[in-house]
Structure formats: C-alpha cells, structure tokens
Design a binder for this molecule. Structure first.
Ligand SMILES: Nc1ncnc2c1ncn2[C@@H]1O[C@H](COP(=O)(O)OP(=O)(O)OP(=O)(O)O)[C@@H](O)[C@H]1O
Ligand SMILES: [Mg+2]
Length: 225
C-alpha cells in the first residue's frame, strides 16, 4: 500500500483542494492509483443525487481510484460555516473516532497515494473537545502543508508546523501556493519558509489563470514525498 497524507492548510481558501488535485494528477501521470477523501465538508450545492460539496467533487474527479460520494465525503453540512457550529445547528455531534471509522473504511481501498483533505486550518474544532487534527493523529497520517502565500503566512506556516509536531505527526512536505499575486518580497518569503520549515518544499505554484490539475501538477515534485 502507498503513502497516506493529510492535506493541511495555513487557513481556509488558500488552495488545499487545488494543490491536492495537482498532487493527485502528478500521481496519475506516474501511473499511480490515487485516492482522495474530504471527510467533513461545510457548504453544499444541490445536484440530481442530492447535496454535493465542491471540494469532494473536485477530488473525486482527480482521483483515479473511484469511490462513491459517501465514501469520499461521509459528513456534509449545507451551510458554509465552521463544521462544529454547522453540526450543532442540526443537532449532530462530530467525533474523531466516527470520522476515523469512515476514513479507515475508504482508505482500505488499495492505492499508491491517498490524500485526506482537512477543513480550514490545523486546529479547526470538531466539537468543544476535539479538533480535526485529531483525525490526522488517529489515522497516523503524514502531513502536507499548503501555505497560502500572502502577508502573514510565515506566522501561520510556522505555528502550523509547530502544532503538527506537537501532535506527534510528521510534516512530509509543504507547497507554496500563490494566492496573492501582488505579495511583496515573494521570493524572500519562500526562502524563509525553506529555511524554517522542517520538510522539503514540493513546489512553488504561481498564481494561475487556469487552476486545472495538470497545470498545477506541472509545478509539483511528488518524488520528494
Ligand atoms: N495558484 C493559484 N492560482 C490562482 N487561483 C488559485 C490558486 N490556488 C487556489 N486558487 C483559487 O483559490 C480559491 C481557493 O482554493 P481552494 O478551494 O483550493 O482552497 P481550500 O484551501 O481548499 O479552501 P477550503 O478551506 O474551502 O477547503 C479557488 O477559487 C481556487 O481556484
Ligand atoms: Mg478545499
């Protein structure tokens, strides 16, 4: 069986899904069996088959191992808000052990590269007690950190790397993703991250007018994983 990674981000909306799809595509190009999960999603669009989350749909399109929607995204809340608040609103309780159960089932499907996309950043609460980081711990996943390159990202990236280590997990690699194309001192910021993050940089992805997985994959080096 191949390696399994948790895709963490320095924040919400900084390119976790975009980079995950690029990594899957890079794997596909090497003939790997690629699999991806979005265990908890908040934000749904209606479809013929019921509510669907954009991230889960994008990951399903990029993964070569075909799973059912429910396997990819077992927990979906319709409002695009913090998951534990969305859960509270519908009287549900989110737990790491329940999510881990769902993920373990799906991750049993053989693959060479499996990615589990988080929601928001590393310390996103699932309830008053647990955070989504607990899922990565429970599943003992390696972590890939997507750094959304913008002012403030050094602090977010270093704090996240610190928290990952404190949780007993290993940062396997990180990606610099350009979310602010006007960022001052972009190169210096990337260089600072190269020096301070304890893992290889898997790629520096520019601001792309076309974020399709093959365009993103062209900037990623998955052999470093
Ligand atoms: N390198 C890039 N160039 C241009 N646009 C990008 C780039 N990376 C991401 N985006 C755009 O930024 C938006 C957020 O990206 P994405 O959905 O991948 O973030 P996310 O971290 O997965 O968000 P969420 O926390 O909602 O899961 C998307 O519209 C995406 O197309
Ligand atoms: Mg996403």
């Amino acid at each position: 069986m191949g390696k399994k990674f948790f895709i963490a981000g320095t924040d919400t909306e900084i390119g976790k899904t975009t980079i995950a799809c690029g990594l899957l595509e890079a794997g596909n190009q090497r003939g790997w069996r690629t699999l991806a999960l979005k265990p908890v999603a908040a934000g749904a669009e209606p479809s013929e088959d019921g509510p669907r989350n954009d991230d889960a749909v994008a990951l399903m399109q990029s993964a070569s191992v075909k799973l059912s929607y429910e396997q990819v995204n077992p927990v979906l809340f319709e409002p695009p808000i913090a998951p534990h608040i969305a859960a509270q609103q519908v009287g549900k309780r989110l737990t790491v052990s329940q999510l881990a159960g769902y993920c373990r089932g799906s991750l049993m499907t053989p693959s060479d590269l499996a990615l589990v996309e988080g929601a928001g950043g590393w310390r996103v609460p699932l309830s008053g007690r647990e955070t989504l980081a607990g899922l990565a711990v429970e599943l003992q996943l390696l972590v890939i950190l997507v750094v959304g390159m913008k002012l403030g990202c050094l602090n977010h990236a270093l704090l996240t790397a610190e928290a990952i280590r404190r949780d007993g997990l290993q940062l396997a690699g990180w990606v610099a993703n350009t979310v602010d194309s006007n960022m001052s001192c972009f190169e210096e910021n990337v260089e600072t991250l190269r020096q301070l993050l304890p893992a290889p940089c898997l790629g520096v992805v520019p601001s792309l007018s076309d974020c399709s997985p093959d365009k993103v994959a062209a900037h990623l080096q998955i052999d470093l994983l």
